[in-house]
Write a protein that binds this ligand. Sequence first.
Ligand code: ADP
Ligand code: MG
Ligand code: MG
Length: 254
Amino acid sequence: NNLLTIKDLYASVEEKQILKGLDLEVKPGEVHAIMGPNGAGKSTMGYVLSGREGYTVDSGSVVLGGEDLLDMETEERARAGLFLAFQYPVEIPGVSNLEFLKASVDAQREARGEEAISSADFLKEAKAACKKVDLPISFLKRGVNEGFSGGEKKRNELMQMLLLQPKLCILDETDSGLDIDALQVVAEGVNSQRSSDRSFIVVTHYQRLLDYIKPDFVHVLSNGKIVKSGDASLAQELEAQGYAWLQTEPTEDE
Ligand code: ADP
Ligand code: MG
Ligand code: MG
């Protein structure tokens, strides 16, 4: 039984087809790493799954927890348990982090038919989450991501993850990369939240994040589809060999 099933997914941005027959299956509790050359479509995959504006699905299907993900609005996808981290560092000045988090959690509980959590109980949970990710509790009062450093944004997203308890987390390490401290924060956060009912897709350009997060599967995404899959040792192989062996199929603009 898969948590996520992506079948023959084709998707475009600005009339340019980026995903070209993507297939991926993720079972509950699994950690999948997606690697691949710059421009392969790794980030596009995350955006398409999250329903980001401007990304058009041309064909194919995506099922999350038995439901048609592509049929859902962005907010519904989040409520269905999808969480996309790291390339959504939106700043929302004027809305406190605590308010934002509570609203997200409330919406999710409502969607699940659960009762709303009291403000006092939520504050307790949020403070505990701050402690876990090593953020001072003063961050709860600040505007969402307003003036946060790179590392603080990462910690804040991990805190969000802790509170939202998503079923599927997609982490996209930006090309600019994380410094070693932020990398360890992310890895510890992920490792502490790995469980039999939470899956991760970890997108990374380089192998180093996978020194700290041991994936069950590693996939190479190239030119919009997965061209190779293996276990964690594939990441080491790729680190040693690079992606030059993929150059047999050049993209149109190269
Ligand atoms: P990766 O994350 O693997 O480096 P991306 O998914 O960011 O790759 O990008 C894949 C391709 O899509 C690249 O050629 C990139 O230039 C293109 N692309 C991404 N976003 C846009 C956009 N908003 N408009 C036009 N092209 C885009
Ligand atoms: Mg890129
Ligand atoms: Mg990217």
